[in-house]
Design a protein around this ligand. Structure first.
Ligand code: C2O
Ligand code: CU
Length: 498
């Protein structure tokens, strides 16, 4: 395992202090349903999902600082930045075919925008300041409107100063339900995220040179839905669809539901022929899987959600069976209805090399003295780090923020299919994300690849991975590593489809 889990705070201390009895009910169709008393006390006051019956789902997302307890007392509540009254929130649940109208209200003291991660939407709704829209300034609003073409488990987040804003909790969930999905007894959301918290509840440093030039800066405390080792209630003997999200800025996780047979049924929202969870599916930042498992037969019995991407498995949450046991039925993994993603024509597709590398600064960072770093050009503090550690095809996003747009990494011909050969020239992992498209993952030179669709793919050290798209969605589309410190220090660019 390349990375170890090493929280500066003792996990046991945290558990003792406050992680013990946080409950989130999974009944009523969502793991983020109305809070229980215990949940409120523990700060896990998840909002009700936002949804609507008609053709239009309307939601207002007010980005601002809100105090919320993550650490137990005596730590103070932490100054989160969220779109709703509580992290995690909101959870927008809509049916495929419904239109979303979301109004961002910026009550921050910096400009922002909302990027709808994983959605194949029109370029103008993609939420990248300067590239697809003017930044939404403090006190301003911006309306996004689109009809998501695919069902699945998506999320949304800002696209500037992301290292701090996402680090402080600015993200929401967007679920698009299949009209013809198999029936589950519960459908819940588990957002895995670490927080960079000091012992007193204040935030620590989100971006460090040491972290940004290597695997990233790890948070000090791990949570699910903003709670440390929460207990999530599931209907006894029920078939549970758990939408497992890695929304951390840095950490790679490989999740298990210990005590149950888990089946992966979707990746980044895209249906996957059911596959055993035990076989492993490492998820970098921004990656998601939908997992099906059977809840324990009797009320009170439990299962454990763990992260095995560490020296020893780390517990993240407990699923506890509640209520009368549902009648016995045969457990069999059911495939979700196939998505309708344009099929790339591989016979005619040019192979485009995309090389991810470290810059000289990153490579020599260990021995680099402060004077050299101080001599680097200053950056627009609101968008990017001053440092450039990474590059795509030897091009680093220039210091100075999104307003100084570099030329596109490449220009694709609209309607044509392309194979990207993603070459990781570094000894680090990089979850590579494309906006506005879903990759068809084809092959790797280093491992057997399960054919699947994804908006973010985890590149292993030194790996070459081939993915394909059909370039049918015109516009300028961001293409970057989703380890936010890597993105903010150069591993970011955009692809033009014209
Ligand atoms: Cu979730 Cu540009 O990314
Ligand atoms: Cu990276």
């Amino acid at each position: 395992m390349p990375y170890r889990f090493a929280p500066p705070l003792s996990r046991r201390a945290l558990l003792r202090a406050g992680g013990a009895a946080i409950a989130a009910t999974a009944l009523g169709g969502t793991g983020l349903a109305a809070p229980t008393a215990g949940a409120l006390k523990a700060g896990l006051a998840a909002p009700r999902p936002v949804s609507a019956d008609g053709d239009l789902v309307e939601v207002e997302l007010v980005a601002k600082q809100r105090m919320q307890r993550i650490l137990a007392e005596p730590a103070a509540p932490s100054p989160l930045i969220t779109y709703a009254d509580h992290f995690p929130g909101p959870v927008i649940r809509m049916r495929k075919g419904q239109r979303l109208r979301a109004t961002l209200v910026n009550e921050l003291d910096e400009h922002t925008s909302i990027h709808w991660h994983g959605i194949r939407l029109p370029n103008l709704e993609d939420g990248v300041p300067y590239l697809t829209q003017p930044p939404t300034g403090p006190g301003e609003r911006h309306v996004y409107e689109f009809t998501p073409p695919d069902a699945g488990s998506f999320f949304f987040h800002p696209h500037c100063n992301t290292v701090e804003l996402l680090g402080r909790g600015l993200a929401g969930v967007l679920i698009v339900e299949e009209p013809d999905a198999p029936k589950f007894d519960a459908d819940l959301v588990c957002l895995v995220k670490d927080w960079q918290l000091n012992k007193d509840g204040s935030f620590g440093t989100f971006l460090t040179d040491r972290g940004a030039s290597r695997a990233g800066t790890f948070g000090s405390v791990s949570t699910v839905n903003g709670a440390i080792e929460p207990v999530i209630e599931v209907p006894a003997n029920g078939d549970i669809r758990a939408r497992l999200y890695n929304i951390d800025s840095t950490r790679v996780v490989d999740l298990r539901v210990e005590g149950a047979e888990g089946w992966i049924i979707a990746v980044d929202g895209n249906p996957l022929p059911p596959r055993r969870l035990e076989e492993g599916w490492p998820m970098g930042p921004a990656m998601r899987i939908d997992v099906l498992f059977r809840a324990p037969a009797k009320a009170g019995q439990t299962l454990r959600l763990t992260n095995v991407y560490s020296a020893e498995p780390r517990p993240l949450a407990t699923f506890r069976a509640v209520g009368p046991s549902l009648p016995n039925k045969r457990f069999k993994p059911r495939a979700l209805p196939a998505a309708d993603i344009p099929e790339p024509d591989l016979t005619d597709a040019p192979i485009v090399p995309m090389a991810f590398s470290a810059t000289a600064v990153a490579q020599s960072f260990d021995g680099l003295d402060k004077a050299v770093l101080a001599g680097l050009p200053a950056a627009d503090a609101s968008c990017l780090s001053a440092k450039t550690f990474w590059a795509i095809n030897q091009q680093s996003w220039p210091e100075g923020g999104h307003e100084h747009l570099p030329p596109p990494l490449l220009t694709l011909e609209k309607g044509r299919s392309y194979i990207f050969e993603l070459a990781n020239l570094t000894p680090h992992l990089h979850p590579i994300h494309i906006h506005g498209y879903t990759f068809k993952v084809l092959s790797s030179d280093g491992r057997k690849v399960v054919p699947h669709h994804a908006d973010t793919v985890l590149l292993e050290p030194k790996e070459r991975l081939r993915v394909a798209i059909r370039a049918d969605n015109p516009g300028d589309w961001m293409f970057h590593c989703h380890i936010i410190e890597h993105q903010d220090t150069g591993m970011m660019g955009y692809i033009r489809v014209a």
